[in-house]
Design a protein. Sequence first.
Length: 731
Amino acid sequence: MLSTFLRVALAADSGVTERAADKPRPTIGLVLSGGGARGAAHVGVLKVLEELRIPIDYIAGTSMGAIVGGLYASGMTAEALQQIVAEADWGRLLSDRTPRALRSFRRKSDEVGFLVDFDMGIDESGLIFPGGLVQGQNLEIELKRQTLPVVSIDDFDKLPIPFRAIATDIVNGEAVVLDSGDLATAMRASMSAPGIFKPVKSNGRLLVDGGIANNLPIQVVHEMGADILIVVDVGFPLLSESQLNSALGITKQMLTILINARAKEQIALLTPGDILISPELDDLGSEAFQRMREAHRLGRAKALELTVDLARYSVPSDVYLAYRRDIERIRQGPPRIDRIMVKNESRLSPKVIAERLGSHKGNPLDLDQLESDISDIYGLDTFETVTYDITNESGETSLALQATEKSWGPNYLRFGINLEDDFEGESHYNFAARFTRTEINEKGGEFRAEIQIGESPRLFAELYQPLDYASRWFINPLFVYQRENSTLFQDGLQIAEFLSTSTTFSFEGGRQLGNWGEIRIGLSRSRVDDALKVGQPDLRNESTDIYGLSAGFSYDTIDRVAIPRSGMNLSLGWSSIRESLGSDIAFDIAGLFFLKPQTWGDHTLLHWWDIEGTTRDETAGVKPLSLGGLFNLSGYAAGELLGKHSAIGRLLYYRRLGKRAMPLLSTPIYLGGSIEIGNVWQSRSEISANNTLLAGSIFIVFDTLLGPLYLAYARAEDNHQSAYLFLGQTF
């Protein structure tokens, strides 16, 4: 390390002495190419340029080069850039979804039973899809944060270092040089890879990744006025013949050839005094964001190889310090907000947004609070993007919040699937589709309808209507029609099978408790018809009318329904069925559900409890509670254990295998096991720890786009054992 420092220092001093002290220094332009994760090499080069005391007068960049170049042009140091690259959560920045724990409580219910985490739009013309897999919400908000010190500058020539970002007009294919506007938006537009990121609309153009039209903007920096160019090319390497074994690989190769051909045309414009730096990144792919530290190191190493050439443009220490002071002088602290404006491009009332926007007027901008407010608004899952601009006009600083409605809404279609097979001839499946109409009024009312086919056919419809703009109070009428098979076992053998048909109308209402909880009460009417399909004739068909009251409390901060790794889920429920309301029978049922994962690194330990029971053991006609199936005393058949009281506790361990390189395209895999203890009982007097049953399983689970897919083997007491193929929701 010391030898490297001395080498750089001596080279810098040598470069300075070779120039006459009074000779004007040439202006230096920096060109940074696109390259995805490979662009971290740019930061390594910048570190060397700073160590050599080389002032940069102009910068132009494309894609990731625009991100690095724009941040450096805003006055950020290479050291600060290195920290951002090292600490950034690229999995979050390259996705849109608000973390589930931060979504509105209503939106958290979307995943329940519907683990295909993708909503398609639908209208009279058919299905509508988003403009990209990622809308750029998280990335743009982060870029806004990092460029806050220059947020009031909309002329890129007035930045601490004049800057240009290169984008492509996807309509006509032309390169677009962005020299004004919002710096964060310009950087975001420059790296909007088509098909992955949504295009950015700017000045009547639809902009995507600049690498398509000009990945190495050498001529742009020439035209800015630079005498000497330092060009860093981290562009895309060609695939080998063995890698060209798929349509995707061939398409990628074709695009790389076109991009590299245009880059060569730009490189031909270099003059003898210019310096081209091409870090040797080898197989480091543009999507390998987990290897950005390595890219930084390789960029620095290549720049150090060219120390002698670079040092010709070094300046004395006092000159370089003055240069950095001028840069810092332009950067400003958080602005004081004089006015707030809300630009609401949706059917919702602006009051829905205003209710979730903290008090910023008259105070220095609290960026943490603003981002929390934006997260709360975006967590409604109504908007494509929620972002902000800060402008200064006539001495007043305005905070303008802009909420843009989803281009594929307000009608959405979502799917869910559940599949189970025990490898012994018993298989079950359910396939579901859900239609949701959002924004039916200015307070955010919703209509939802679901249909399920398979083992348990089901129809569901509801109206969810907030009563205030903050969505605290709500009413929720519901209709459910369901048919399901129930099996009666005796001594482990099936003795009967019933088809149970139920129709339920209910009217519920309650209060949301922030985005973490809910209290609700309801009044319901159900009719249940049980028809004997298989079994002895003395097992009669029955019809029952059930009227009752219900109340419940829910607390939910779980990060994911499919395979939770953080947060907690707690539900308390009570139903009171009363003859005084017109019911044929009377009983009370109370239940508790508790789920708490604890994660360290790739390891997760999940605590999971279900307790439910009735207060009237003597009441006939009450639908029995059941256990059996994967994680419900694994090893027993689904529904094999029936009773009026049920309790089960589980301890699951699962370990993640491997690391994700590209969050959008990965399929995480977990290996784990479970220990389960519980039972069902016919009366409270039977409940005892002495007659609980013990079961356990080992499993591997693939976290697929359709939901978690489990392959498991389980054993329980009395030599019960089962193998499972299970796709769908378990928790």
